[in-house]
Design a protein around this ligand. Structure first.
Ligand code: C2E
Ligand code: CA
Ligand code: CA
Length: 613
């Protein structure tokens, strides 16, 4: 293939020269973009290139140009719009990654854009004044394409150079469609669209500076579930009722729109100094009224509203920024694990800082791997009575070059938000396998070591492939490894999670349920899954165990034992707790009372000492 011989520098030069020539020669920018796609398709040797542009104030994405090698055709103005909730999720992941999005067949992809035939896809964003305005997708249908770093850089630079130019020179589409959309109301709820919402709010603020203005973002918790369980008609009714409730309940409503899917934005005017509590009570009253209203549609008790709000002007927020702030607050409300309850959060500067911190952590992940900044610590699991070491849990640590530690509670959620967690978890697994292999090769005694499994792995089967790869690479007996899954992963019933669990069982690899008791615990459900070990969560280990605590713990332990599960209690710090566990017939513990997580060398020494004790 001639194309692959060209180095990336040459490719950039050739494409830039071609683009310059094109801009002079071709006055019609639509045609220029088409022609440029053909050229890029040939040079990057892909099967198709698709351009998707953001429309409707970023709430939706629309395919605008496409070239395909198979038919050598160009399609323009494709009417495929993506306004799913998944867009939000996908955007978030996308924004967090290193400036592009890479997909391979079989991997999880939150937005349903991927054709079954697609083997690999790389998506490059195009920015205009720091704002993402479009994406260019390069698609391979025949092979899993491994993109080199330099190729990606070449794509990035050529896409941004070219499209920023071509897009800006393109005459505004005289599409009557765009005009019509602006005038249109949302078909379902009859609410104005977001453009009209924005202009209405801005106008209101301009004429009345004596009041405070607050933007509220609300969505229906479990909306997908309502659609699935009751059908789309019921889903539509729920959305319409929410729109009408907002109109009826909110005094001094400036405007309200459906941003997309089940997400609504509304703006209220309140007397200066109303503050967070004042706004909260307004929103909560409205949300309660909605729930009453909805009881007549469905008896379902799973329905609730998540709301977030931000005042225009607080932290110098413009109306647009207050929308972003209210959205962030709504998402924070959503993350609270309270079932069947309305939740309402105020935007605060911490959320802004959190987002920046998350991005910072993600951006340094690759460098940290290269610099060996990640360490694998082991925390012993011991018998309550004798402190004999019967196992260990692998826990990751991140030691910065200055010696300081970043703790997993901080970086794991950040890494999970964009998929980096795969790299770090696989790194941990590799180190654990190597540790076991090393001890066994030296003829030393070893114990089973458990590894944490992030939910992200279970969206596809790459976890199974990787564990299988490690088993072949290290050839260690499976009884030395265990995987810890949280109960929520198991209960969500993802098909690939079920597959993973079945595969582990087939391989005779033990699964333990982590953090049991921290959430929505159901032993009954768990017994239907191939689980061998129950790990009682730290929450049970309070400073002083009340008699009720004791009854609960003893009952869980007893039930688990009757069901044939092994039980271990985490977070044991006090001797009184240990004594109680012995009384409750829980044989094993993991906790500071015996040891904090320690380095592999220290753990080895502990095993040696035990051997000689
Ligand atoms: P986890 O899986 O529940 O791990 C147990 C956590 O409890 C560890 O925190 C451990 O240091 C801590 N711990 C152990 N004994 C005691 C005790 O007696 N008292 C108290 N207060 N804490 C105790 P750590 O290492 O900070 O990890 C936090 C969480 O981060 C883990 O919770 C796990 O969910 C996640 N995590 C850690 N390493 C990994 C990893 O390699 N992969 C993934 N996916 N998650 C990891
Ligand atoms: Ca764990
Ligand atoms: Ca745990």
């Amino acid at each position: 293939m001639e194309q692959l011989v060209k180095n990336d520098r040459q490719m950039i030069t050739e494409l830039t020269a071609f683009a310059d020539e094109l801009m002079v020669r071709e006055k019609d920018m639509e045609k220029a973009i088409d022609e440029f796609l053909v050229k890029m398709g040939a040079l990057f040797d892909v099967d198709s290139i698709v351009i998707k542009e953001k429309v409707e104030n970023g709430a939706a994405v629309k395919c605008t140009y496409q070239w395909s090698r198979r038919s050598d055709t160009l399609l323009r103005g494709l009417e495929r719009r993506f306004v799913d909730k998944a867009l939000e999720e996908w955007e978030e992941r996308y924004q967090n990654s290193e400036g592009f999005y890479l997909y391979y067949k079989g991997e999880e992809c939150p937005i349903v854009i991927i054709d079954k035939q697609v083997e690999s896809l790389i998506q490059i964003p195009i920015y205009k004044r720091n704002e993402k305005i479009a994406f260019v997708e390069f698609v391979d249908m025949h092979e899993r394409r491994i993109w080199k770093k330099d190729e990606i850089e070449a794509m990035k630079s050529i896409c941004s150079y070219m499209f920023e130019q071509m897009f800006s020179k393109r005459r505004p589409r005289k599409d009557s469609e765009i005009l019509r959309k602006r005038l249109d109301r949302d078909k379902l709820t009859k609410l104005p669209n977001i453009d009209r919402f924005l202009s209405r709010v801005n106008k209101s603020i301009a004429v009345d500076r004596e009041s405070d203005y607050c933007i509220i973002s609300s969505d229906v918790a479990n909306f997908k579930y309502i659609n699935e369980k009751y059908g789309y008609n019921t889903g539509d009714i729920v959305l319409k009722r929410l729109a009408s409730t907002i109109y009826l309940q909110i005094k001094n409503l400036i405007s309200c729109c459906r941003e997309y899917s089940d997400i609504f934005l509304f703006a209220v005017k309140v007397p200066k100094g109303t503050g967070n509590d004042g706004i909260k009570s307004i929103i909560e009253k409205c949300n309660r009224a909605f729930l009453d209203e909805i009881k007549s549609v469905t008896e379902d008790t799973n329905i609730a509203i998540n709301s977030g709000f931000a005042f225009v002007g607080d932290y110098d927020l413009t109306v647009e920024e207050a929308i972003t702030g209210a959205t962030a607050a709504r998402k924070a409300a959503k993350e609270m694990t309270i079932f069947n309850a309305n939740r309402c959060f105020a935007y605060d500067a911490k959320m802004l800082a959190n987002k920046a911190r998350t991005n910072e952590l993600i951006a340094s992940c690759d460098r940290a791997i290269e610099n060996n900044e990640f360490l694998v610590y082991l925390q012993p699991k011991v018998l309550c009575r004798t402190y004999e070491i019967v196992g260990a849990e692998a826990l990751i640590r991140w030691q910065k070059p200055d010696g300081s530690f970043v703790y997993p509670d901080e970086f794991i959620p950040a890494f999970e938000s964009n998929g980096c967690i795969r790299k770090t978890d696989y790194y941990v697994y590799d180190k654990v396998f190597a540790f076991i292999k090393d001890r066994l090769d030296k003829g030393l005694f070893c114990v089973p070591i458990s590894m944490n499994v992030s939910k992200i792995h279970l969206f596809n089967n790459s976890f199974v492939e990787y564990v299988d790869f490690l088993l072949k690479k290290y050839k260690i007996p499976v009884e030395y490894i265990e995987f810890e899954l949280t109960e929520s992963i198991c209960l969500e019933g993802l098909p690939s999670a079920t597959y993973t669990m079945q595969w582990l069982r087939q391989m005779n690899i033990k699964i333990s349920i982590d953090d049991f008791g921290s959430g929505y615990s159901s032993l009954e459900v768990l017994t239907r899954l191939p689980i061998s070990i129950l790990k009682l969560d730290k929450v049970f280990m309070k400073d002083e165990l009340s008699s009720n605590d004791k009854i609960i713990i003893s009952s869980i332990v007893e039930m688990a034992r009757l069901l044939g599960l092994d039980v271990i209690c985490e977070g044991v710090e006090e001797d009184a707790q240990r004594i109680f566990l012995i009384e409750a017939c829980c044989e094993k513990l993991q906790g500071y009372i015996y040891s904090k997580p320690i380095t592999m060398e220290e753990f080895s020494r502990k095993l040696e000492n035990e051997k000689h004790a």
